[in-house]
Design a protein. Structure first.
Ligand code: MN
Ligand code: MN
Length: 456
């Protein structure tokens, strides 16, 4: 099996680079398209017909992408193999009317995206990424906080000396979501003595900040109505521990799996597979896979239809349905690694551990398996064989003890097509925190696992 990366260190170095540049779904999309094009993949619209070995991708709104290497067997007969992950991550989004003044300062009003623990976002350097779309359709890209010369942003917290009242409140109460606002501009307006009876008391200078935005980005305050501006942790991924065995970084969930899938497909594209090999890197998983770019949309089905349209002389709707039903997928999403400091949520003997490879989960969901796809043992057996034959180190796990919580992935939205879907991804500590931890060994084995699957 030809693989681009020879070992764990080489792979993890490239993964850490990707993790640093791809902090939002849009940036991940752009980087993925760049890597796909470099390997000869082309947009599906450039193909009239598709033949075995063709490398193709289809995007959705610059955030979600599906890429495939066309196999020898027609998709209508053999379906596809899919490694499906997501590239959105929990964060804070600027509200549509983000600017407000409080005392002498200007803030960005923010809204939570995905499941976060609010306190983890206080007093840490933050970056701002996104796109502002002007009325004429032109897009202005904003990227501030990760270059050494860039400023960063921050949400302030009270000092311990004056935090007595705060200390009595619960984790969810002590910092209201409405206060998760980023300081944007603190220089006060130049006071004109006596102009409003308040003397030279400093005043917030929203006007000055709006002028700055105009000068720097060519946008008005009104243009922010049609913007997607995301607040994410500033800084690059780092090795963690003296043995450097872990990677600390923002957004392992789920770029650790998405990137592994992407690399596995790029490698697989040097041969012509029997069954079409494909990957999905989708958006909106963290808010329930909603929207046009989420996996509850028709994007996947439509893309399969587009592929079949270019493969069959007489394409029919039933071919798409059959192809979907005959497909299989590894739902490439992260799971929790057992953390000895929180052992009361561990499922005895069924939890994932670091350095033991990616974890397969028969089901996710809550205590009664609600919201999961509950994979059939026939497919698990197939995957067991593929992994063992491929020399992949992997583990079987569930997400924590019953009645302690739960979680979901895109598995449930894909299995409704009748296809076999198994959750299979990298275990993490600190999932959904601004800085998550993954094991280098597990990252490497995840890549090996998806490679083995796509080429099986
Ligand atoms: Mn995830
Ligand atoms: Mn998640």
């Amino acid at each position: 099996m030809k693989m681009k990366f020879k070992g764990e260190e080489e792979y993890c170095t490239e993964y850490m680079r990707y993790l640093g540049v791809a902090k939002t779904a849009r940036r991940s999309y752009a980087e993925s398209v760049r890597l796909l094009k470099a390997k000869g993949f082309k947009d599906i619209s450039t193909f009239k017909t598709l033949k075995a070995g063709d490398k193709v991708y289809r995007g959705c709104l610059d955030r979600t992408i599906m890429a495939a290497v066309v196999g020898r067997k027609p998709i209508a007969e053999a379906g596809l193999k899919v490694v499906g992950g997501h590239t959105d991550a929990p964060r804070l989004d600027l509200k549509p009317k983000p600017l407000y003044e409080k005392d002498a300062y200007v803030y960005f009003d923010c809204h939570m995206y995905g499941g976060i623990k609010k306190y983890q976002w206080l007093v840490r350097p933050l970056a701002l990424y996104g796109t502002i779309v002007k009325k004429d359709g032109t897009k202005v890209v904003v990227e501030v906080g990760d270059k050494p010369e860039d400023p960063v942003f921050m949400i302030s917290d009270i000092l311990p000396h004056l935090g007595k009242d705060q200390a009595k409140k619960t984790r969810d109460e002590f910092f209201p979501a409405e206060d998760l606002d980023v300081v944007a501009w603190t220089t006060p307006a130049k006071a004109k003595k006596g102009d409003d009876g308040e003397g030279d008391k400093p005043k917030a200078d929203k006007k000055g900040f709006v002028e700055f935005l105009k000068k720097t980005y060519g946008v008005t305050e009104e243009d922010l109505l049609s913007a997607e501006l995301e607040v994410v942790p500033a800084g690059m991924p780092r090795e963690c521990g003296f043995d450097r065995a872990l990677i600390a970084g923002y957004g392992h969930d789920d770029r650790v799996c998405s990137f592994a899938g992407l690399q596995a497909l790029l490698d697989a594209s040097s041969e012509v597979p029997d069954v079409t090999a494909s990957i999905l890197m989708c958006d909106k998983e963290e808010i329930g896979s909603v929207g046009a770019t989420g996996m509850q949309s028709s994007f996947f089905e439509n893309t399969v239809a587009e592929l079949i349209e270019r493969q069959e002389r007489n394409p029919r709707d039933i071919m798409v349905r059959r192809a979907l039903e005959r497909s299989s997928m590894l739902s490439a999403d992260v799971t929790a690694a057992q953390d000895p400091h929180f052992s009361d949520v561990d499922s005895t003997g069924n939890g994932a551990k670091f350095h033991m490879g990616p974890a397969a989960s028969k089901y996710t969901g809550g205590a009664s398996k609600s919201g999961s796809s509950d994979c059939e043992p026939e497919f698990i057996a197939r995957i067991r064989k593929i992994m063992d034959d491929g020399g992949v180190v992997w583990q079987m796990a569930e997400l924590g003890k019953a009645e302690k919580g739960g979680g979901g992935t895109i598995a449930q939205y894909m299995s409704r097509f009748g296809m076999a879907v198994l959750d299979f991804g990298t275990p993490l500590w600190n999932m959904h925190a601004p800085c998550e931890l993954a094991s280098k060994f597990d990252c490497w084995q995840t890549y090996k696992a998806y490679s083995a699957y796509l080429r099986s």
